[in-house]
Design a protein around this ligand. Structure first.
Ligand code: ZN
Length: 193
């Protein structure tokens, strides 16, 4: 497992549950690092119990249904208390899914520009197949109403396609032909952090 990917997967978990304690995150991480999560089917995972974390059962089943996670520990004697919470079995599954997603293959191309006014246009027929994410940093705010930015666009897709895009930078219009090349999802996320 890669350290950088784990850090990003944890960051995503924290963003999703900003009120959860450090110990909740730590317990989810212990479960994940001990490789206790196995995908069992679509939206079903089996999490091996860890007695050192207070688990009474050898396995727990986590399901994702109607936009919510459910864990078999909800049905245990502590169920009533736990139902309102998100247990760390579920948190471990979320971490596992985040990691898998970040580790997955994508095809991407990067465009860097420095301008005041900008946009990147992707042909509408590619919408749904191609996604664009960007990061923007102010590099010169001498003219406070029109600051200059450094913009990084990452164009990516699950397919190795070539994308014709229109890039506008301070009135300068350019047609780009972007060849999306193979990389991993977390690289895309690191580029636009
Ligand atoms: Zn649970």
């Amino acid at each position: 497992m890669s350290r950088e990917l784990i850090d990003l997967a944890i960051e995503r978990l924290r963003e999703g549950f900003p009120n959860k304690s450090r110990s909740w995150v730590r317990r989810a991480l212990v479960r994940f690092m001990k490789n206790t999560v196995k995908e069992y089917g679509e939206n079903v995972w089996v999490v091996r119990g860890l007695p050192e974390l207070g688990d009474k059962y050898p396995t727990y089943v986590v399901r994702f249904k109607d936009g919510r996670y459910y864990c078999s520990c909800f049905e245990s004697s502590w169920g009533l208390r736990r139902k309102s919470e998100i247990c760390t079995h579920i948190a471990a599954v979320i971490l596992y899914r985040n990691y898998r997603r970040l580790d997955s293959e994508v095809y991407a191309s990067v465009v860097n520009i420095e301008c005041t006014d900008y946009y990147l246009e992707i042909p509408s027929e590619l919408k749904g197949r191609v996604r664009v994410v960007k990061s923007i940093r102010v590099i010169d705010s001498t003219d406070r109403l029109n600051p200059r930015h450094r913009v990084t666009y990452v164009v990516y897709s699950s397919e190795p396609i070539e994308v014709r895009a229109k890039l506008v930078c301070d009135g300068d219009v350019r047609e780009l032909s972007l060849k999306l090349t193979r990389t991993r999802r977390y690289i895309v996320e690191l580029l636009v952090r």
